[in-house]
Design a protein around this ligand. Structure first.
Ligand code: DP6
Length: 406
């Protein structure tokens, strides 16, 4: 095979998860290779709630030029240097296999048709680049039958979007900043699989935001260039926290995990405020969520929940399954049944729950702000890395089909 008469449409499909960092990546030491100024650590979230599904296909029947369709819309990959860098590195790995074994079909010479869909609404305001690039890399690596491990592939995914390198693995994942100029030691690694601490839950409070935030790439460049708090964060605060949170995860020590998580989110947002001009990702609703998490912990008498915020106002609240009623129940009592998202795969523990901690133990202003500012919740938990799928988004003839319509 591998000749021009080969009309086969080669396909591979995968799903990839979202991850939410508990030690934040914020700052690049090399923008071209996308190398970070500090290591980071995240929890991979279950794909039962949130995932990107991607089919990578290639064929001699396709017109020249690689294409990418995302949620039904063709994307201009030629103007995305990051996507082009990922595609060319994966292609050259395939070329290496083909030159070592001439009997292999020359997939590296064929145009790629990549089709991707998220199972969560774009309107939910969740950053999808991590799951998107992780799915893209994993699907093409599978299509090309590359022998590289997720660790090896994380070097490529990192160049698509930094946080994407952590979505190639499940459970608890560290992205080591590395020190080498070529970035070869800037890779992700699994600290512990999801099965090590499967009780970890995450509740995403989606804030009804009216305005677009500063994109993370741009925001972090401003912080590195202008914040005087930033250097201390990158050089000493984060390295100490990385070690401490890895120990907390190893020991399944939730109070330690939670305090480090909250402090690191606050530290990252402090460097944003300290940037010039200042950058604000959190708003009044985010601050109300912070207040309420502290109030719940105080009311319970121990740290049972932790907040963290990325480059936007949405709160992610981590807690353990055993306190679902107390934590998710409190937020359910505040937001009411009518807020979308209490059902779904992780909704069972709060199905019939109508209250958590006594509402009079909570700041009433924060309760009001939250009630009016959250558009939906997503209940989820720690989950697995990318999973192979047969739900192809391209049929055997190469036509694009949409998920569920196959
Ligand atoms: C606040 O990975 O989106 O979510 O590498 O420029 O694509 P680029 O940035 P991106 O930044 C994520 C920033 C963060 C923190 C984190 O996920 O660690």
């Amino acid at each position: 095979m591998a000749d021009s008469r080969d009309k086969t449409v080669y396909r591979a499909t995968t799903t990839a998860p979202v991850n939410i960092a508990v030690i934040k990546y914020w700052g690049k030491r090399d923008a071209t290779l996308n190398l970070p100024t500090n290591s980071s650590l995240s929890v991979t979230l279950s794909q039962r709630s949130l995932r990107t599904l991607t089919t990578a296909s290639c064929s001699a029947v396709y017109p020249t030029g690689d294409t990418l369709t995302l949620n039904g819309k063709p994307q201009d990959i030629q103007s995305s240097k990051r996507t082009l860098a990922c595609l060319s590195q994966l292609r050259s790995l395939r070329q290496g296999l083909e030159s070592a074994d001439p009997s292999l079909p020359k997939l590296s010479t064929l145009p790629l048709r990549i089709v991707s869909e998220n199972n969560f609404p774009t309107a939910a305001g969740l950053a999808s680049s991590a799951a998107g690039f992780a799915a893209l890399i994993r699907a093409i690596a599978d299509l090309y039958q590359l022998p590289q491990s997720p660790r090896d592939l994380s070097r490529i995914a990192r160049q698509g979007s930094g946080s994407a390198c952590r979505s190639l693995m499940g459970g608890y994942v560290a992205w080591r900043a590395g020190t080498l100029a070529d970035g070869s030691d800037s890779i992700a690694e699994e600290i512990a699989p999801a099965s090590h601490w499967p009780e970890m839950r995450a509740m995403i409070l989606v804030v009804s935001a009216e305005k677009k935030d500063v994109p993370s790439t741009e925001g972090m460049q401003t912080t590195v260039a202008t914040s005087s708090l930033f250097a201390t964060r990158a050089q000493s605060v984060v390295p100490e926290r990385m070690a401490a949170i890895e120990t907390a995860i190893r020991n399944r020590d939730f109070p330690a995990f939670a305090e480090i998580t909250m402090r690191d989110s606050n530290s990252f947002h402090a460097t944003c405020l300290d940037s010039w001009p200042p950058i604000f990702y959190m708003n009044d609703v985010s601050r109300a969520a912070i207040r309420l998490v502290h109030d719940v912990n105080r009311a319970v008498g121990k740290t049972v929940c932790a907040y963290t915020f990325d480059a936007g106002p949405n709160a992610v609240v981590y807690y353990l399954d055993e306190v679902s009623e107390l934590v998710a129940g409190t937020f359910k009592a505040i937001l009411g049944e009518r807020t979308e998202g209490w059902d779904g795969p992780f909704g069972e523990p709060v199905k019939d729950v109508t209250k958590g901690v006594e509402l009079d133990k909570l700041d009433s202003r924060a309760v009001d702000v939250l009630k009016n500012g959250i558009s939906r919740v997503i209940l989820t938990g720690v989950g697995e890395g990318p999973i192979k799928s047969d739900e192809h988004l391209v049929n055997e003839k190469g036509d694009i089909i949409s998920a569920g319509s196959a």
